[in-house]
Design a protein. Structure first.
Length: 271
């Protein structure tokens, strides 16, 4: 693990693999940290790629931010990290909120994005009901902490059948959620409530795009992934059986196969 002082905070990150490999930046979702991507990092490094996995501002080991952190703040942090690492362009991937941050990077910094990997995410702006929910949840996390919330949502973060069938995965996901600082989680929830609509951004993408979704995701179901595919018809859409909202953790072999094939056939061979 390495850290860098960037844009008024300290970001902790892992930078693994060959410096000559294809750079792949992977962005965790809420309320997780960079270790969510451990199975993907191992597979990507073995295939010769360079993998950068940061803890977002307010998450993991990175500096905690109170108040409101917008998706554009996260995206600007990650561009600053790419600058710090002398990476001009990267494959940018994210899950859930991380996927929306990847879309925000495409919106504001398209010249830094070589390809997009969007896992279990959605493109429209938040609804009024959704804004109210996220702000209420932010208040609750600040008042109560993360433990009760983590226990409530584990069977939606993972497919409900995987909570019992994959106890090691469930425990790893719970551990990440419980360890998150409520101030960072609340700040991200408030900012995410104000996110823009990314549909026009996606419709204009000409670089390679991989869309991945767990077949049994209840937060961002297959229909949301199909809607993104409708905006980006040249994209590759992969539905991962036996998984919910976190297919990279629930079915890492299937997720990694889709990702590695995409990089090999759609990104590296692209002229």
């Amino acid at each position: 693990m390495t850290s860098a002082a960037l844009r008024g905070t300290t970001l902790h990150y892992d930078d693994t693999g060959s410096s000559a490999g294809l750079p792949v930046l992977l962005i965790h979702g809420h309320p997780f940290n960079r270790s969510l991507w451990a199975p993907q990092t191992e597979a990507l490094v073995a295939a010769g790629h360079r993998v950068v996995t940061p803890d977002l501002r307010g998450y993991g080991d990175s500096g905690v931010e109170a108040g409101t952190v917008y998706l554009s703040d996260f995206a600007d942090d990650l561009v600053a990290l790419l600058d710090h690492l002398d990476i001009d362009r990267a494959v940018v991937g994210g899950v859930s909120m991380g996927g929306q941050i990847a879309m925000e990077m495409q919106r504001g910094h398209a010249h830094r994005v070589r390809a997009l990997v969007l896992s279990d995410t959605s493109a429209p702006a938040e609804t009024d009901d959704g804004k109210a929910f996220r702000n209420r949840l932010a208040d609750r996390l600040l008042a109560e902490g993360m433990d009760g919330y983590a226990d409530e949502v584990i069977d939606r973060m993972l497919a409900d059948y995987n909570v019992t069938a994959m106890p090691d995965v469930a425990e790893r996901v719970l551990r990440m959620m419980r360890a998150t600082d409520p101030r960072g989680a609340a700040a991200a929830l408030r900012g995410r409530a104000e996110r823009p609509d990314y549909r026009d951004t996606l419709a204009a993408v000409r670089s390679p795009v991989l869309i991945v979704v767990g077949a049994d995701d209840v937060y961002t179901p297959v229909g949301d992934a199909e809607a993104i595919h409708g905006l980006v018809p040249h994209a590759t859409l992969t539905v991962i059986d036996g998984a919910g909202h976190l297919p990279g953790a629930e079915q890492p072999g299937r997720f990694n196969a889709a990702l590695l094939d995409f990089l090999a056939t759609r990104v590296i061979t692209r002229t």
